[in-house]
Write a protein that binds this ligand. Sequence first.
Ligand code: FE2
Ligand code: FE2
Length: 290
Amino acid sequence: MPFEPVKPAVHHPPLKVADDTWLIQQTQEAAIGPLWVYLNSLVIKGSEPIIVDTGTPANREQWLKDVFSIVDPGDVRWIFLSHDDVDHAGNLAQVMEACPNATLVVTWFLTERHSCDFHFPLDRMRWVNDGDSWRAGDRTLTAITPPLFDSPVTRGLYDDRTGVYWAVDTFALPLPGPMDDISGLDAGAWRGGVEMFNRMNSPWFKLLDQDKFERHVDRVQKKDISLLASCHSPVIPRSKISEAFDIIRSIPSGDPPPQPGQPDLEELMHCVATGQQYVWQPPMPPANGA
Ligand SMILES: [Fe+2]
Ligand SMILES: [Fe+2]
């Protein structure tokens, strides 16, 4: 099976990040340098346990083991899908089959988009749009569109019991290695990585009106957030939340980052063939700004 995705080389066990809340972790190495990206999801083990996003096909076996080391499949009551990108919906069928008592929390448009890959059982769904809340046993969960996103159906998830906000793809960045929270990275590398990654992932940032964008960010930030958890970042503790939103607010004022092209691919192939580590060097911007 030459096109099967490559399983992660390193296992990062589930990490308890708040009361009743575990981060299910996976890292993926970049092809263009010694950089890692997280591919996380979340389990909230309240009186009605919730799985938030469903991991990746590359990590299927380990992801299912990790999730069900925290919660029994028969106890899972909710599966919240932020959007249908494969790094968030990669084990949807497997987890729906394993958890017969779970209701899938999606939107109508998500089901229309993703029916080419999954049969959505009407009697096991709840359609929750941006701004909608529902009661999940001992907590109220609210779907809120995150500041930046790469799908029209993306909704983040706010847990009023712990104050954890699942920010989906916002705050994504590449890292030099795994770390339990963002405090392990220096401030310049954090800002540079988040700006670069979020501008690539939400290329419409160039179309934003700064004032309107600020109001959109305010809508999320005004929640009483104790911890930011997301798919492609270590968790961001309360002490770093204000700085994290400040970085996001600066996104519209920059330029799209350069990306590797065909000559870089050819150099990468040469390095792979000769057993060398390839490190992509972005082109320097012109000195005169032209
Ligand atoms: Fe995405
Ligand atoms: Fe993602």
